[in-house]
Design a protein around this ligand. Structure first.
Ligand code: NAP
Ligand code: ZN
Ligand code: ZN
Length: 346
Protein backbone atom coordinates (compact mmCIF):
# COMPACT_ATOMS: atom_id res chain seq x y z
CA UNK A 1 0.00 0.00 0.00
CA UNK A 2 1.05 3.59 -0.61
CA UNK A 3 0.88 6.03 2.27
CA UNK A 4 -0.92 9.20 1.21
CA UNK A 5 -1.25 12.49 3.06
CA UNK A 6 -4.19 14.74 2.37
CA UNK A 7 -6.93 16.94 3.78
CA UNK A 8 -10.40 15.69 4.69
CA UNK A 9 -13.70 16.96 6.03
CA UNK A 10 -15.01 14.77 8.85
CA UNK A 11 -18.49 16.29 8.97
CA UNK A 12 -20.62 18.85 7.14
CA UNK A 13 -19.63 21.54 9.60
CA UNK A 14 -16.02 20.74 10.43
CA UNK A 15 -13.15 22.46 8.63
CA UNK A 16 -10.94 20.26 6.46
CA UNK A 17 -7.99 18.86 8.39
CA UNK A 18 -4.85 16.82 7.69
CA UNK A 19 -5.71 13.16 7.04
CA UNK A 20 -3.46 10.16 6.39
CA UNK A 21 -4.70 7.15 4.41
CA UNK A 22 -3.60 4.45 1.98
CA UNK A 23 -3.77 4.17 -1.81
CA UNK A 24 -3.74 0.74 -3.43
CA UNK A 25 -0.59 -0.66 -5.01
CA UNK A 26 -0.91 -0.63 -8.80
CA UNK A 27 -2.94 -3.44 -10.37
CA UNK A 28 -1.91 -4.56 -13.87
CA UNK A 29 -3.66 -1.61 -15.56
CA UNK A 30 -3.10 1.08 -12.91
CA UNK A 31 -0.81 4.06 -12.72
CA UNK A 32 0.34 5.57 -9.42
CA UNK A 33 0.50 9.35 -9.56
CA UNK A 34 2.37 11.70 -7.28
CA UNK A 35 0.04 14.69 -7.26
CA UNK A 36 1.58 18.08 -8.02
CA UNK A 37 -1.49 20.35 -8.16
CA UNK A 38 -5.13 20.04 -7.24
CA UNK A 39 -7.85 22.60 -8.06
CA UNK A 40 -10.70 23.61 -5.75
CA UNK A 41 -14.07 23.28 -7.50
CA UNK A 42 -17.30 24.60 -5.98
CA UNK A 43 -18.59 21.00 -6.20
CA UNK A 44 -15.96 20.11 -3.55
CA UNK A 45 -17.60 22.61 -1.21
CA UNK A 46 -21.18 21.45 -1.99
CA UNK A 47 -20.07 17.86 -1.29
CA UNK A 48 -17.86 18.39 1.78
CA UNK A 49 -20.69 20.35 3.40
CA UNK A 50 -23.38 17.81 2.43
CA UNK A 51 -25.26 20.50 0.48
CA UNK A 52 -26.32 17.96 -2.16
CA UNK A 53 -27.38 15.35 0.42
CA UNK A 54 -25.43 13.46 3.06
CA UNK A 55 -21.76 12.94 2.14
CA UNK A 56 -19.57 10.01 3.20
CA UNK A 57 -16.99 11.06 5.79
CA UNK A 58 -14.08 11.34 5.95
CA UNK A 59 -14.37 13.19 2.63
CA UNK A 60 -11.18 14.02 0.71
CA UNK A 61 -12.42 16.26 -2.14
CA UNK A 62 -10.59 17.20 -5.33
CA UNK A 63 -11.13 16.24 -8.96
CA UNK A 64 -8.85 18.63 -10.83
CA UNK A 65 -5.61 16.70 -10.52
CA UNK A 66 -2.27 16.99 -12.29
CA UNK A 67 0.76 14.94 -11.29
CA UNK A 68 3.61 12.70 -12.30
CA UNK A 69 3.52 8.93 -12.78
CA UNK A 70 5.78 7.22 -10.22
CA UNK A 71 4.82 3.55 -10.78
CA UNK A 72 2.85 1.52 -13.34
CA UNK A 73 1.19 -1.90 -13.51
CA UNK A 74 2.49 -4.69 -15.77
CA UNK A 75 0.01 -4.10 -18.59
CA UNK A 76 0.11 -0.28 -18.73
CA UNK A 77 0.82 0.99 -22.25
CA UNK A 78 -0.16 4.67 -22.31
CA UNK A 79 2.19 5.85 -19.53
CA UNK A 80 5.70 5.31 -18.31
CA UNK A 81 7.28 6.36 -15.05
CA UNK A 82 8.04 10.09 -15.15
CA UNK A 83 5.16 11.01 -17.48
CA UNK A 84 2.75 13.81 -16.61
CA UNK A 85 -0.82 12.71 -15.96
CA UNK A 86 -4.23 14.21 -15.19
CA UNK A 87 -7.26 12.90 -13.34
CA UNK A 88 -10.70 14.45 -13.51
CA UNK A 89 -14.08 13.79 -11.92
CA UNK A 90 -14.24 10.00 -12.28
CA UNK A 91 -11.73 7.16 -12.08
CA UNK A 92 -13.62 4.10 -13.33
CA UNK A 93 -16.90 2.87 -14.87
CA UNK A 94 -18.33 -0.43 -16.12
CA UNK A 95 -16.78 -0.04 -19.59
CA UNK A 96 -19.55 -2.14 -21.19
CA UNK A 97 -22.81 -0.19 -21.22
CA UNK A 98 -23.98 2.03 -24.09
CA UNK A 99 -22.71 5.24 -22.44
CA UNK A 100 -19.28 3.77 -21.73
CA UNK A 101 -19.00 2.44 -25.29
CA UNK A 102 -20.07 5.85 -26.55
CA UNK A 103 -17.22 7.54 -24.60
CA UNK A 104 -19.66 9.11 -22.13
CA UNK A 105 -18.47 7.26 -19.02
CA UNK A 106 -19.86 10.00 -16.77
CA UNK A 107 -23.31 8.60 -17.64
CA UNK A 108 -22.40 4.92 -17.07
CA UNK A 109 -25.63 2.94 -16.65
CA UNK A 110 -24.09 0.76 -13.95
CA UNK A 111 -21.59 2.73 -11.88
CA UNK A 112 -19.52 5.79 -12.60
CA UNK A 113 -16.82 5.75 -9.93
CA UNK A 114 -16.50 9.40 -8.99
CA UNK A 115 -13.04 10.49 -7.91
CA UNK A 116 -14.19 11.19 -4.37
CA UNK A 117 -17.24 10.62 -2.23
CA UNK A 118 -18.24 7.43 -4.06
CA UNK A 119 -17.15 3.81 -4.04
CA UNK A 120 -14.99 1.73 -6.34
CA UNK A 121 -16.71 -0.78 -8.66
CA UNK A 122 -16.81 -3.24 -5.71
CA UNK A 123 -19.51 -1.00 -4.23
CA UNK A 124 -17.76 -0.66 -0.87
CA UNK A 125 -14.22 0.78 -1.08
CA UNK A 126 -14.56 4.55 -0.62
CA UNK A 127 -12.91 6.89 -3.11
CA UNK A 128 -10.71 9.77 -1.96
CA UNK A 129 -9.91 12.74 -4.19
CA UNK A 130 -7.10 15.01 -5.17
CA UNK A 131 -6.49 16.98 -1.97
CA UNK A 132 -3.72 14.46 -1.37
CA UNK A 133 -0.15 13.52 -2.15
CA UNK A 134 -0.83 10.40 -4.30
CA UNK A 135 -3.57 8.64 -6.24
CA UNK A 136 -3.80 5.25 -7.98
CA UNK A 137 -6.01 5.17 -11.10
CA UNK A 138 -6.68 2.82 -14.04
CA UNK A 139 -4.69 4.09 -17.02
CA UNK A 140 -7.82 4.21 -19.19
CA UNK A 141 -9.28 6.90 -16.93
CA UNK A 142 -6.04 8.89 -16.72
CA UNK A 143 -5.36 11.79 -19.09
CA UNK A 144 -2.16 12.62 -20.92
CA UNK A 145 -0.68 16.06 -20.19
CA UNK A 146 1.73 17.54 -22.71
CA UNK A 147 5.17 18.68 -21.63
CA UNK A 148 5.78 22.41 -21.46
CA UNK A 149 2.33 23.53 -20.27
CA UNK A 150 1.95 25.44 -16.96
CA UNK A 151 0.82 22.51 -14.80
CA UNK A 152 -0.81 24.48 -11.99
CA UNK A 153 -2.94 26.28 -14.60
CA UNK A 154 -3.84 23.02 -16.33
CA UNK A 155 -5.25 21.32 -13.20
CA UNK A 156 -8.59 23.25 -13.31
CA UNK A 157 -9.14 22.12 -16.90
CA UNK A 158 -9.88 18.62 -15.58
CA UNK A 159 -13.27 19.80 -14.30
CA UNK A 160 -13.91 23.50 -15.01
CA UNK A 161 -12.41 23.13 -18.48
CA UNK A 162 -14.22 20.02 -19.65
CA UNK A 163 -17.55 21.04 -18.07
CA UNK A 164 -17.66 24.17 -20.19
CA UNK A 165 -15.91 22.78 -23.29
CA UNK A 166 -18.40 19.95 -23.67
CA UNK A 167 -21.59 22.04 -24.12
CA UNK A 168 -19.74 24.57 -26.30
CA UNK A 169 -18.87 21.68 -28.62
CA UNK A 170 -22.26 19.99 -28.35
CA UNK A 171 -23.98 23.19 -29.47
CA UNK A 172 -21.40 23.75 -32.21
CA UNK A 173 -20.05 27.10 -31.12
CA UNK A 174 -17.99 28.60 -33.90
CA UNK A 175 -16.79 31.89 -35.30
CA UNK A 176 -19.51 34.49 -34.85
CA UNK A 177 -21.65 32.48 -32.38
CA UNK A 178 -23.14 34.65 -29.68
CA UNK A 179 -22.45 33.04 -26.31
CA UNK A 180 -23.48 34.26 -22.86
CA UNK A 181 -21.75 33.09 -19.69
CA UNK A 182 -23.56 33.49 -16.36
CA UNK A 183 -21.31 33.77 -13.28
CA UNK A 184 -17.62 34.59 -13.52
CA UNK A 185 -16.04 32.01 -11.23
CA UNK A 186 -13.97 28.90 -11.93
CA UNK A 187 -16.26 27.44 -14.59
CA UNK A 188 -17.38 30.82 -15.91
CA UNK A 189 -13.90 32.14 -16.63
CA UNK A 190 -13.04 28.93 -18.50
CA UNK A 191 -16.28 29.20 -20.50
CA UNK A 192 -15.25 32.72 -21.56
CA UNK A 193 -11.75 31.66 -22.61
CA UNK A 194 -12.92 28.52 -24.44
CA UNK A 195 -15.83 30.19 -26.26
CA UNK A 196 -13.52 33.00 -27.33
CA UNK A 197 -10.92 30.46 -28.53
CA UNK A 198 -13.66 28.85 -30.64
CA UNK A 199 -14.39 32.22 -32.26
CA UNK A 200 -17.52 33.27 -30.37
CA UNK A 201 -18.59 36.76 -29.34
CA UNK A 202 -18.90 36.40 -25.56
CA UNK A 203 -21.01 38.31 -23.04
CA UNK A 204 -20.53 37.83 -19.29
CA UNK A 205 -23.52 38.13 -16.95
CA UNK A 206 -22.23 38.78 -13.45
CA UNK A 207 -23.47 39.96 -10.06
CA UNK A 208 -20.05 41.56 -9.37
CA UNK A 209 -19.45 44.94 -11.03
CA UNK A 210 -15.79 44.62 -9.97
CA UNK A 211 -15.30 41.79 -12.51
CA UNK A 212 -16.04 43.83 -15.65
CA UNK A 213 -12.39 44.63 -16.42
CA UNK A 214 -11.35 41.01 -15.89
CA UNK A 215 -14.20 39.70 -18.05
CA UNK A 216 -12.90 41.76 -20.97
CA UNK A 217 -9.30 40.69 -20.32
CA UNK A 218 -10.42 37.05 -20.33
CA UNK A 219 -11.92 37.55 -23.79
CA UNK A 220 -15.50 38.80 -23.33
CA UNK A 221 -16.70 41.52 -25.65
CA UNK A 222 -19.54 42.61 -23.37
CA UNK A 223 -20.31 42.64 -19.65
CA UNK A 224 -23.79 42.87 -18.17
CA UNK A 225 -24.39 43.52 -14.46
CA UNK A 226 -27.16 41.03 -13.75
CA UNK A 227 -28.30 42.62 -10.47
CA UNK A 228 -29.95 45.42 -12.47
CA UNK A 229 -32.79 43.81 -14.44
CA UNK A 230 -33.08 46.89 -16.70
CA UNK A 231 -29.76 45.86 -18.28
CA UNK A 232 -31.40 42.81 -19.85
CA UNK A 233 -33.57 44.94 -22.15
CA UNK A 234 -30.47 45.46 -24.36
CA UNK A 235 -29.99 41.75 -25.02
CA UNK A 236 -33.50 40.36 -25.66
CA UNK A 237 -33.37 37.53 -28.26
CA UNK A 238 -29.63 37.92 -28.78
CA UNK A 239 -27.85 34.68 -27.80
CA UNK A 240 -27.42 31.33 -29.54
CA UNK A 241 -26.21 29.73 -26.33
CA UNK A 242 -25.98 30.71 -22.67
CA UNK A 243 -23.91 28.68 -20.22
CA UNK A 244 -25.10 29.16 -16.65
CA UNK A 245 -22.41 28.35 -14.07
CA UNK A 246 -24.07 29.85 -10.99
CA UNK A 247 -23.71 27.82 -7.79
CA UNK A 248 -26.83 29.22 -6.06
CA UNK A 249 -30.54 29.38 -6.84
CA UNK A 250 -31.54 32.24 -9.17
CA UNK A 251 -34.17 33.21 -11.73
CA UNK A 252 -33.61 31.79 -15.23
CA UNK A 253 -36.25 34.05 -16.84
CA UNK A 254 -33.97 36.95 -17.87
CA UNK A 255 -31.54 34.49 -19.47
CA UNK A 256 -34.26 32.62 -21.37
CA UNK A 257 -35.54 35.98 -22.64
CA UNK A 258 -32.02 36.76 -23.86
CA UNK A 259 -31.94 33.68 -26.14
CA UNK A 260 -32.90 33.79 -29.81
CA UNK A 261 -35.62 31.42 -31.04
CA UNK A 262 -34.28 27.85 -30.72
CA UNK A 263 -31.43 29.16 -28.57
CA UNK A 264 -30.31 27.08 -25.60
CA UNK A 265 -29.67 27.74 -21.94
CA UNK A 266 -27.27 25.09 -20.58
CA UNK A 267 -27.21 24.67 -16.82
CA UNK A 268 -23.91 23.48 -15.46
CA UNK A 269 -24.12 25.14 -12.04
CA UNK A 270 -25.88 22.88 -9.54
CA UNK A 271 -27.55 24.95 -6.83
CA UNK A 272 -28.54 22.93 -3.76
CA UNK A 273 -31.96 24.62 -3.75
CA UNK A 274 -34.63 24.20 -6.46
CA UNK A 275 -35.09 26.78 -9.23
CA UNK A 276 -38.36 27.78 -10.84
CA UNK A 277 -38.92 27.90 -14.60
CA UNK A 278 -41.97 29.63 -16.06
CA UNK A 279 -43.48 28.05 -19.20
CA UNK A 280 -44.05 31.58 -20.54
CA UNK A 281 -40.32 32.12 -20.78
CA UNK A 282 -39.87 28.95 -22.88
CA UNK A 283 -42.70 29.02 -25.39
CA UNK A 284 -40.87 31.17 -27.92
CA UNK A 285 -39.00 27.96 -28.67
CA UNK A 286 -36.29 28.39 -26.07
CA UNK A 287 -34.50 25.29 -24.84
CA UNK A 288 -33.16 24.56 -21.42
CA UNK A 289 -30.81 21.66 -20.76
CA UNK A 290 -27.93 20.58 -18.54
CA UNK A 291 -24.46 19.13 -18.94
CA UNK A 292 -22.26 16.96 -16.73
CA UNK A 293 -18.48 17.18 -17.16
CA UNK A 294 -17.43 15.09 -20.21
CA UNK A 295 -16.10 11.63 -21.12
CA UNK A 296 -12.43 10.66 -21.16
CA UNK A 297 -12.11 10.99 -24.95
CA UNK A 298 -13.58 14.49 -24.96
CA UNK A 299 -11.52 15.50 -21.90
CA UNK A 300 -8.34 14.49 -23.75
CA UNK A 301 -9.55 16.43 -26.82
CA UNK A 302 -10.13 19.49 -24.58
CA UNK A 303 -6.66 19.22 -22.97
CA UNK A 304 -5.05 19.01 -26.42
CA UNK A 305 -7.16 21.95 -27.66
CA UNK A 306 -6.11 24.05 -24.64
CA UNK A 307 -2.42 23.16 -25.08
CA UNK A 308 -2.64 24.12 -28.76
CA UNK A 309 -4.52 27.38 -28.17
CA UNK A 310 -2.67 28.19 -24.93
CA UNK A 311 -5.88 28.36 -22.94
CA UNK A 312 -5.19 27.86 -19.23
CA UNK A 313 -6.95 28.74 -16.00
CA UNK A 314 -6.21 31.94 -14.07
CA UNK A 315 -5.32 30.70 -10.63
CA UNK A 316 -4.26 31.55 -7.09
CA UNK A 317 -1.81 28.95 -5.83
CA UNK A 318 -2.31 28.11 -2.14
CA UNK A 319 -0.91 25.75 0.45
CA UNK A 320 -3.01 22.99 2.02
CA UNK A 321 -3.52 24.91 5.26
CA UNK A 322 -5.30 27.67 3.29
CA UNK A 323 -8.05 25.34 1.98
CA UNK A 324 -10.70 26.42 4.48
CA UNK A 325 -10.06 30.11 3.84
CA UNK A 326 -10.20 29.40 0.08
CA UNK A 327 -13.64 27.77 0.56
CA UNK A 328 -14.97 30.92 2.26
CA UNK A 329 -13.62 33.16 -0.48
CA UNK A 330 -15.02 30.93 -3.24
CA UNK A 331 -18.49 31.05 -1.65
CA UNK A 332 -18.31 34.86 -1.65
CA UNK A 333 -17.32 34.85 -5.36
CA UNK A 334 -13.93 36.30 -4.39
CA UNK A 335 -11.52 34.10 -6.33
CA UNK A 336 -9.55 35.02 -9.44
CA UNK A 337 -10.50 32.56 -10.78
CA UNK A 338 -9.57 29.18 -9.35
CA UNK A 339 -7.75 28.18 -6.19
CA UNK A 340 -5.16 25.49 -6.81
CA UNK A 341 -3.41 23.63 -3.98
CA UNK A 342 0.33 23.03 -4.20
CA UNK A 343 0.41 19.32 -3.32
CA UNK A 344 3.92 19.62 -1.85
CA UNK A 345 2.22 21.20 1.16
CA UNK A 346 0.11 18.17 2.17
P1 NAP B 1 -17.48 29.41 -8.37
O1 NAP B 1 -16.05 29.56 -8.75
O2 NAP B 1 -17.88 29.64 -6.96
O3 NAP B 1 -18.33 30.35 -9.37
C1 NAP B 1 -19.70 30.53 -9.27
C2 NAP B 1 -20.04 31.98 -9.66
O4 NAP B 1 -21.45 32.10 -9.64
C3 NAP B 1 -19.53 33.04 -8.71
O5 NAP B 1 -18.21 33.44 -8.96
C4 NAP B 1 -20.51 34.18 -8.96
O6 NAP B 1 -20.12 34.90 -10.14
C5 NAP B 1 -21.79 33.44 -9.28
N1 NAP B 1 -22.69 33.39 -8.12
C6 NAP B 1 -22.44 32.85 -6.90
N2 NAP B 1 -23.50 32.97 -6.09
C7 NAP B 1 -24.46 33.61 -6.82
C8 NAP B 1 -25.80 34.02 -6.57
N3 NAP B 1 -26.36 33.82 -5.33
N4 NAP B 1 -26.50 34.63 -7.55
C9 NAP B 1 -25.94 34.82 -8.75
N5 NAP B 1 -24.67 34.47 -9.05
C10 NAP B 1 -23.95 33.88 -8.11
O7 NAP B 1 -18.00 27.94 -8.69
P2 NAP B 1 -17.55 26.90 -9.85
O8 NAP B 1 -16.48 26.01 -9.30
O9 NAP B 1 -17.35 27.65 -11.10
O10 NAP B 1 -18.86 25.98 -9.95
C11 NAP B 1 -20.09 26.56 -10.33
C12 NAP B 1 -21.22 25.56 -10.18
O11 NAP B 1 -21.05 24.52 -11.14
C13 NAP B 1 -21.27 24.84 -8.83
O12 NAP B 1 -22.64 24.66 -8.47
C14 NAP B 1 -20.61 23.51 -9.11
O13 NAP B 1 -21.03 22.47 -8.23
C15 NAP B 1 -21.12 23.25 -10.51
N6 NAP B 1 -20.33 22.30 -11.31
C16 NAP B 1 -21.01 21.53 -12.19
C17 NAP B 1 -20.34 20.66 -13.02
C18 NAP B 1 -21.09 19.86 -14.04
O14 NAP B 1 -20.54 18.89 -14.58
N7 NAP B 1 -22.32 20.21 -14.35
C19 NAP B 1 -18.95 20.58 -12.94
C20 NAP B 1 -18.29 21.40 -12.04
C21 NAP B 1 -18.97 22.27 -11.22
P3 NAP B 1 -20.34 36.48 -10.29
O15 NAP B 1 -19.56 37.09 -9.16
O16 NAP B 1 -19.77 36.75 -11.63
O17 NAP B 1 -21.81 36.74 -10.23
ZN1 ZN C 1 -15.69 20.12 -10.36
ZN1 ZN D 1 -20.91 1.81 -18.20
Amino acid sequence: MIQAKGYAATSAISPLQPFTFERRDPRADDVVIEILYSGICHSDIHTARSEWGPAHYPCVPGHEIVGRVIAIGKKVKKFKVGDLAGVGCFVDSCGKCGSCKNHEEQFCAKHTVFTYGGTELDGKTPTFGGYSSHITVREKYTLKIKKGVPLERVAPLLCAGITTYSPLKRFKVKKGSRVGVVGLGGLGHMAVKLAKAMGAEVTVFSTSSSKEKDAKKLGAKNFLLSTNLDNFSKVVGKFDLIIDTVSASHDFTPYLNSLRMDGTLVLVGVAPEPNEVQAGSLIRRKQITGSLIGGIKETQEMLDFCARKKVFSDIELISAEQINEAYERTIKGKVKYRFVIDAKTF
